[in-house]
Ligand binder design. Structure first.
Ligand code: ZN
Length: 311
């Protein structure tokens, strides 16, 4: 990947997506529109008088199977895959119009967004881009679940999952500054166990789910075709994490370590970050950062490992 853009960016042309919500099954048409510098990502419910909800941690609603935003009782559900694609592709500003309460699940990954953004193009804007630079570690523990963020150059994510068979344990480490988000993370699809399907369906939690938008896991492995990567499951967790941490309002500069985490842990970290103003600063992306970053001591990596040993 080219070095991180130092100016804010938006999409060069409007984009439209149609589909159903994974959880609600509700049909939805969504439009992505270019937005002025400094505006961030703002959702707009066109079915409710263009009611707007900004994509920030302040507006996070109940979080279980997906991440939702709520303001004054109005809901926008399952924001994580789109927000992941926008952060991954370096889009700072966009308006997201939708005519129902949940974003379309599409193929269960962020790839349709990435491909559409490639087609539309990316427009540089006249405002220096800021990243949320981590200055002090923040950790959230809950039983066997853990998530922490540490100072360090780039945006590195280390994720470990431990699910029942046939997934088992998977671990991946990705540097979003150096590797291709679009090639390595965006295509990874969401997944669910066949054994849980009827229960979740009865509870009304997966009304829009099907083999076209999720990996369906039987006893021996995926029932609907080959995986896109041998470790597609943990890559999808990274995709979700990037989308959830987007609610901090800026792309992070630091190292994230997550174990057995999920949306609730991801957004808990965002809440802790936003509360602890001494743990980070907003910093301009340097105009020519490549050489500077290479010579910088990796302050965060040693710290992350030391802390992890105790986690
Ligand atoms: Zn997901």
């Amino acid at each position: 990947m080219a070095q991180l853009a130092h100016m804010e960016q938006t999409i060069a042309a409007p984009l439209e997506f149609s589909g159903v919500g994974l959880h609600s099954g509700a049909p939805v048409t969504m439009r992505l529109l270019p937005a002025p510098a400094g505006s961030g990502i703002v959702f707009r419910r066109t079915d409710l008088d263009n009611f707007e909800i900004a994509a920030t941690g302040r507006n996070v609603a109940k979080v279980s199977y997906a991440t939702s935003l709520m303001r004054q009782g109005v809901l926008i559900s399952t924001t994580e895959h789109l927000l992941s694609a926008l952060i991954g592709m370096g889009i700072d500003n966009a308006i997201v119009e939708l005519d129902n309460l949940e974003l379309p699940i599409l193929d269960g990954s962020a790839l349709p967004y990435v491909e559409a953004i490639h087609r539309a193009g990316i427009r540089e804007q006249r405002r220096r881009r800021e990243v949320l630079r981590i200055l002090q570690p923040i950790e959230v523990h809950e039983g066997e679940k853990f998530i922490g963020v540490y100072p360090g150059s780039g945006y590195r994510i280390e994720y470990t999952i431990d699910f029942p068979a046939p997934i088992g344990q998977q671990k991946t480490c990705v540097d979003l500054a150096a590797e291709m988000y679009g090639a390595r993370i965006a295509p990874a699809r969401t997944f669910g166990y066949k054994a849980d399907e009827s229960k979740l369906r009865d509870m009304g939690l997966i009304r829009g789910a099907g083999p076209e938008n999720a990996i369906v896991l039987g006893k021996n492995g995926p029932e609907n075709g080959p995986l896109r990567f041998p470790d597609e499951y943990v890559r999808h967790k990274v995709l979700d994490l990037v989308g959830d941490l987007a609610l901090a309002g800026r792309r992070l500069e630091g190292h994230v370590v997550a174990m057995r985490a999920g949306h609730a842990m991801h957004t808990a970290l965002v809440a802790r970050l936003l509360k602890d103003r001494s743990a980070w600063e907003l910093a301009h992306v340097p105009v020519a950062p490549a050489a500077a970053n290479e010579t910088e001591p990796a302050a965060g990596s040693g710290l992350a490992h030391a802390t992890m040993a105790g986690a």
